[in-house]
Write a protein that binds this ligand. Sequence first.
Ligand code: 7RM
Length: 646
Amino acid sequence: MSIESHLVENRIFQPSREFSKAARIGDLAEYRKLYKASIADPEKFWAKQAAKLRWQKDWTKVLQWKCPFAKWFVGGKLNVTENCLDRHLEGARRNKAAIIWEGEPGEKRTLTYHQLHREVCKFANVLKRNNIKKGDRVLIYMPLVPEASIAMLACARIGAVHSVVFGGFSAESIKDRLADCGAQVVITADGGYRRGQMVTLKQNVDRAIEGNAAIRRVIVFKRANLDIHIAEGRDVWWHREMDYVTADCPALGFDSEHPLFILYTSGSTGKPKGILHTTGGYLLGAQFTTKTIFDLREDDVYWCTADVGWITGHTYLVYGPLANGATCLMYEGAPNWPEPDRFWKLIADYGVTILYTAPTAIRAFIKWGDEWPAKHDLSSLRLLGTVGEPINPEAWMWFREKIGGSRCPIVDTWWQTETGAIMITPLPGATPTTPGTATLPFFGIDAAIVDDAGKELPANEGGKLVIRKPWPSMLRSIYGDKQRYKDQYWTEVKDCYFTGDGARRDEHGYFWITGRMDDVLNVAGHRLGTAEVESALVSHEAVAEAAVVGRPDEIKGQGVVAFVTLKTHAVVHADLKEILRKHVGEMIGPIAKPDDIRFADALPKTRSGKIMRRLLKEIAGGGGVTGDTTTLEDLSILAKLSKSDD
Ligand code: 7RM
């Protein structure tokens, strides 16, 4: 039961006059007028925005919509990297910093647009040299270094389809994703730095592709000077390859609907979904939202703290800011390394003006103490943003006061891997904000709250959050599984995209997101399917059955609790809990490790054999069981489960 969702939050913060005066959208009336027009004729609206991108061939039709399959800017041809790079070389941005990078140990690098263009063209030629062609899938498993962006952009330059796997995921996760997307080439690094430790990326790749003859090439970027195994004939060093190529790589135009990338995300089954995004519509969404929502200006120093392994990194660290010619800060490591003021030190050092981060990070900073931000001059900041989960009002207020000096607007941005770009958000110069609400839909986004029958609900009634019209940066499919795409997103509510989230709209039309309605957890802003963790647990020899649920967690938003029954003849080690946690870490990645594991003789099931997750959630949350238990098969199970032995 969430108490917070019943609290009435009525603090309202108006955009400052100063901010509004300089902003692209300077008041709410203007937003409403533009929004209305964008919804009345979305194609006209999007066509006008898309015309500002650089196209090699004009489209003949803005949208071809055969629900649920969309094609945007049909017949148009463009190159994403021409828009993100080449375009900026013609004028004053040529020698402007595109990426300012700092490694966790403290190294500093800056790449201007000219230099980034050069690196991308060279690496694109490396890809060609290694026989990678348009449409081929390439798996990228990298630390947060400029070469991660360079690898993505190089793929885009030649029409190869990247699939970035977060560096915190395990060998097993790489294996599954490789099998699903059919990549034959992997780009990785020897290692990366995280909280003073080394992440053994290449070693994980080696384990993932052991005995997999389909993988014909692994390109390794030297980051950490780790002693790694180089398989002769398969593995090559990034820096060596770069010696063989020139920086001459023309940006060919690709069809607007040519696949740009696949990014895996958790759903309600054990198998992550390969979310497919394409070229023109995605680029438009990334470019236009970044410019409008962050109110980007030429002299901004923009910092999105996400890793490229997540959609936020794709859209708001790579494609969005670069398409706008922005200067982006990129930081490799942990926020509390070597001390809990690393973020604030970075902001002061580089004069960061826009900071986009996650509520879970903010809650951790609150815990570490106000003295850490207080040590640094944060006056360069002019705008703050959050993403990934609902932000609790306390965290919002702390962010506003302690980081934004009560001066910076906050944009609480709601969106998903599937939506490609921000969907519900304040506009910083126009929208009055209230802690805890993502406020209003972005231009062209027809968001609504509906009941099970698909009927729009009146104000303040909770229901399903849906999008009623297609939008350019929407996912096009689940890679290789159109049926699952249809079933997952377009069957729940007729002719609507179902987000999987629950929400309500208040009397001002503001959206309050309450969280997932499916079996997806949000742990530290990262999506995690309960079924994924369950299948990881069951893959251990001692485990018979597992049920995984979330429980509220002060820092992470949600924590993972696993209820496990063991096989009768299982050898029970004293530290079995730790062994199972480690096993889940190996199967998925450290973020999926259960915070608590409870062993039981049986799990509560309905008479038809379904695990009663609602009961488990109540038990995991520490409260008593309050709901209906009439379909429960064996009531005594409940009493046993409620007792935690630690
Ligand atoms: C960008 C991203 C998507 C899920 C989504 C929500 C939750 C994201 C907010 C939020 C409340 C927000 N993509 N979510 N942003 N909930 N307020 N501002 O996070 O695919 O990894 O996750 O995250 O449940 O469905 S994601």
